[in-house]
Design a protein around this ligand. Structure first.
Ligand code: NAD
Length: 261
């Protein structure tokens, strides 16, 4: 049995993770950390009945008391970095779904992982369909190099653009050639979205959405749209559980679900 600590256990993703870990035969929930709902039972909060694990707001004590093998973090970027570094120093491997970590954060996390001899797995998107969307987009970009990205998320999302959109843009930027922007007159600032090395990224935030992305390619007299929809947060759980089992055997920092599929 792999002993799991969930950080951000009261959040939308954290509660989903508590449900998924509780139902898994190879994982056992031993600790749950969050800044809110402290003292409440993590299983009851997640709607799966009493788990016997109370929410704590003290990560270090939770690690010392429960001795987890793996921490699964779905919090906010600043919190995630500090949580992971604390865990690594105490011999706890980390699976991170939290988005918004910078390249500098990743480098610091990797250094700590290598020096502590504990491992970190990070994926901006744990849904298999999203990984396939990026892979198919990389294929399409070789033939249709004019591309823009639209990502659509629920209105409570803290960061923009999404980690998935940034990762997609990064992958595509190394394939497509930067086009000269023909739209010179911008009547409303931001109309053309963000610009990642020449690839425009547009973020939509609306209630009712979960996590969606379109990669739109334009060619002569045609367009190709590759779209992925996470219509429920359960879409991320097979990837999260797979990572929690794989991270023990991965050295240092690994980024991207495609590395363990
Ligand atoms: P949320 O706001 O519902 O939950 C975040 C939780 O973290 C909250 O309960 C908050 O109290 C808690 N928290 C904040 N600081 C903390 C700390 N220092 N220690 C412990 N807990 C702390 O957010 P959410 O919708 O669950 O999303 C969480 C993260 O997961 C976001 O970064 C989001 O972008 C990301 N996300 C990733 C994927 C993926 O596949 N990788 C999928 C969906 C969401």
């Amino acid at each position: 049995m792999i002993k799991v600590l969930v950080a951000g256990a009261c959040g939308r993703m954290g509660r989903e993770v508590v449900r998924a870990v509780s139902a898994d035969q190879e994982l056992t929930l031993v600790a749950a950390v969050d800044a809110c709902e402290v003292g409440k039972d993590a299983g009851e909060l997640a709607g799966v009945g009493v788990a016997g694990v109370k929410i704590s707001d003290d990560l270090e004590s939770a690690i010392a008391d429960a001795g987890p093998d793996v921490m699964i973090d779905f919090t906010h970027a600043k919190a995630a970095k500090s949580n992971v570094l604390k865990g690594l120093r105490r011999g706890v491997h980390a699976v991170v779904g939290t988005t918004g970590l910078s390249e500098t954060d990743l480098k610091e996390i990797e250094r700590e992982a290598l020096s502590a001899g504990t491992n970190v797995f990070i994926a901006p998107n744990f849904a298999i369909g999203a990984v396939l969307m990026m892979r198919l987009a990389e294929m399409a970009a070789q033939y249709l190099p004019a591309v823009e990205i639209i990502e659509l998320h629920h209105d409570k999302k803290a960061d923009a653009p999404s980690g998935t959109a940034l990762l997609t843009a990064k992958k595509l930027a190394s394939i497509v050639v930067r086009r000269e922007e023909q739209t010179k007159k911008i009547a409303l600032e931001g109309s053309r979205g963000g610009d990642f090395e020449g690839i425009h990224v547009h973020s939509i935030r609306l209630p009712g959405l979960v996590a969606h992305q379109e990669v739109i390619f334009g060619g002569t007299g045609q367009t190709l749209t590759i779209r992925h929809d996470s219509i429920d947060r359960s879409s991320f759980m097979p990837g999260v559980l797979m990572a929690a089992k794989a991270v023990v055997g991965l050295r240092g920092l690994t980024v991207g679900l495609e590395n363990i599929l």
